[in-house]
Design a binder for this molecule. Sequence first.
Ligand SMILES: *[C@@H]1O[C@H](CO)[C@@H](O)[C@H](O)[C@H]1NC(C)=O
Length: 312
Amino acid sequence: MDQVNGSVVTEFVLLGLAQSLGMQLLLFLFFSTFYVGIILGNLFIVFTVIFDSHLHSPMYILLANLSLVDLGLSSTTVPRMISDLFSDCKIISLHSCMIQMFFIHITGGVEMVLLIAMAYDRYTAICKPLHYLTIMNPKMCMLLVVAAWTIGVIHAVSQFVFVVNLPFCGPNNVGSFYCDFPRVIKLACIDTYGLEFVVTANSGFISMGTFLLLIASYIFILVTVRQYSSKDLSRAFFTLSAHITVVFLFFLPCMFLYVWPFPTKSLDIFFAIVDFVVTPVLNPAIYTLRNREMKVAMRRLSRQVVSSRDLM
Ligand SMILES: *[C@@H]1O[C@H](CO)[C@@H](O)[C@H](O)[C@H]1NC(C)=O
């Protein structure tokens, strides 16, 4: 950050994940398999929920929305990362870099609010079963989804406005395989201490706050259920453990990337991969493999496809 020579940086250099050809091939196979899984799995959930009227309950509608957002979140970084694996110069224009950061934070923000909405849905279903249908009506569901997108956009814009006009004139090595606020801000050739605080406060404490809220609400749900019977508890625990797994896997990397004051390059990369590659494939895996209703719906759907083919 010391070499301010007046030249204006218009592109950044991203980090290569692999040097040797063998490693490049291995990572290529690994990431493309996951990315195809993310696309197919999440689209599959979206279509199953849309076309099966048995799944038109708030839980599944929110899940389909989460699947779409998961797809968007990983598409902000993974295709570029895969195509960069084999290229020698991993250069990204300032413009694309800004767009990438913007969409990462919109989709990330929406994902967080949707996870809260899904926890609220489970809380209502389990702790207030008699009022479930009146509280989680279609209007409420729509409201939660609109709120998620509004908050996601506000969250992204409120960081973007500080970064979009930053002057860059010195080193342009981002130091990761994608652009994100904490790393790009460090490359600006002005004193960015205040900005770093803005990003940590915004992204970091929002992810930490959301995480604590979610964990507290799941504990609250479990404690409430325990007062009834142990059979209810085990069933609730089964549903909730899926949600809790996703919450941990999504938020621990987020908190590390934004709050932890001593970033380590290799850990950073590992955690980013968990958020962009592993969590988005996990939702379809958890909800289709562990969920009886979803399996029944899949069977119904395949029967319909088969019988409609017979009619033709
Ligand atoms: C997302 O939620 C909205 C509002 O409830 C709903 O109308 C829409 O169908 C959902 N999207 C998907 C893909 O299910």
